[in-house]
Every structure is written in C-alpha cells, then in structure tokens.
Write a protein of this length. Structure first.
Lengths: 140, 126
C-alpha cells in the first residue's frame, strides 16, 4: 500500500503550506473587508447595486464596476492602491487554491515518482496563473 | 497490499462533519476551476477581444450560475473559518459537531439572503 511517510516534528514544506493555507484564507477575508469598506467610502451606497458591490468585494477590479452609476471609474476605483490590493488577493488566492489542489491530489497519489511530477506541474500552473492575473490587473 | 478505497467512502457514516469536509473539498475544486477559467477568459477578452472569453464570462454573470457558485463560496469561507478556530483552540474539538451545526445556522440566512437578492435582481431585469 502506498502511504505517506509519518510527519516528523519540525519545519517542512507540508507544515509551512498548512500554516499558509490558514493565513491566506484569513488574508483574503480581510482583503474583502478592505474592499467593501473602501467601496462604501468611495460612494458605493448611491453608486453601486449590491451584486456589483459583491463583485468588487471578491476582486476590486474596475472592470467589475463599469456597469454602474459611478460617474468616472478612474477616479478612486482604478488606481495603484486597488491594483496592489488585487495583486495581494491574487497571490493569496492562487496559492491557497493550488495548495488545495495539491492536497486533494496527494490524497490519491502516494510516494511514487508521480508525486514530484505532479508537484512540478502544479508549480508551473501556479506561476502561470499568477503571471496572467497580474497582467490582467495591470492592463485593466 | 494495494487497496483502493473506492466507493466505500459513501458508506462511511461520517455524519455532518464529513459532509462539511466533502462540501469544503468540492467547493474548493469548483472555485479553482471557476476562478481559473474566469482569469483566462478575462485575459483573452482584454488582449484579443475573444468571443469565447466573452461567452464564458456571460455564463459566469448569469444569476443561475451565481446561485450555484455562491453556495460553495460562502460554505467554503464559513467552514474554513471554523477550521481555523478549531486549529487555534484544539480544546474546542470536543464540540466539533455542535460547531458544525452552528455553522449551518449562520450559513442558511447568509446564503438565503444572497439567493433572494440575486433572484430579485434577475427578475427585475438585471
């Protein structure tokens, strides 16, 4: 039977990713809260309907609020601050998600040669989505 | 010994907490697929004015899809918070079943409200 080795106390990739999953989850909730509060300060109460506000909360990208009553999206909604918030969200989200995929797959793949292969593939996909997402953010 | 668990997982009587684990996992995978496709569609719309990208994103903007995905998103967030709380205070693990019930009690009104608002907007011609 293919099983995982018994985890040893001390620092390991698995342990760090375990901690990171929790931290990144909380970070995404906090970034969402920052998005909502920022939107309300910018005037979301009169300018956005609720679904648009929620879209903004999940990801504060100006494309998410273009079809709303905001007179000019470039004033306050499309600046470097929100770009940085988006990049933080992308980093935490993509890493959190791909780590999750890794955990799910590793429940079914044991200590064979498929493991490092799969991890390598996931690593490349992780990098790919990070880069694509940052490009979308900067070109929005 | 090379045993595959196969479908025995369905017979395992894990109860509410196992249901939470399954929904958390399915939701996580669903979100990875959804967000991945959404990023790729947005990218191709932005860079190439792609029709496929626009079509995929139109599906994502439809209220039916959103009702579906919001179930998993809100559940994943609430369940994740429960997991974090139990990881930070392991003594609470003896109350795992009760906390899971509490989580559903929070989930139902939050998701219910979300569905109500989405359907309302859709019926009003959103």
């Amino acid at each position: 039977m293919q099983t995982r080795t018994v985890p040893q106390p001390g620092w390991s990739f698995e342990y760090i990713m375990w901690i990171f999953t929790r931290i990144s989850g909380l970070a995404m909730v906090c970034l969402g809260a920052i998005g909502v509060i920022g939107a309300l300060i910018l005037g979301a109460r009169t300018q956005l309907d609720l679904p648009t506000l929620i879209r903004w909360t999940f990801f504060p990208n100006p494309n998410h609020v273009v079809n709303s009553d905001i007179p000019d999206v470039t004033l306050g909604w499309a600046n470097a601050y929100w770009q940085i918030m988006q990049m933080l969200l992308v980093f935490f989200g993509v890493s959190h998600g791909f780590n999750g995929v890794r955990v799910v797959i590793e429940d079914y793949i044991g200590m064979t040669f498929w493991r490092p292969l799969m991890r390598g593939l996931l690593f490349l996909l992780w990098l790919f989505f990070l880069i694509i997402a940052v490009y979308v953010i900067l070109a929005s | 010994m090379d045993k595959s668990v196969g479908l025995q997982g369905i017979r395992y009587k894990g109860g509410g907490t196992m249901l939470a684990w399954v929904l958390h996992r399915i939701g996580g995978l669903a979100m990875v697929v959804f967000v991945g496709m959404h990023v790729l569609s947005g990218f191709s719309m932005q860079q190439f004015g792609s029709d496929i990208g626009t079509a995929i994103n139109t599906v994502y903007e439809s209220p039916y899809f959103q009702v579906f995905i919001y179930f998993f998103v809100i559940f994943h967030i609430l369940n994740g918070l429960r997991i974090i709380v139990l990881d930070v205070w392991p003594k609470l693990l003896q109350y795992q079943r009760e906390v899971t019930w509490l989580q559903w009690l929070v989930f139902v009104p939050v998701y219910g409200l979300a569905v109500f608002l989405m359907i309302q907007k859709a019926l009003a011609g959103g």
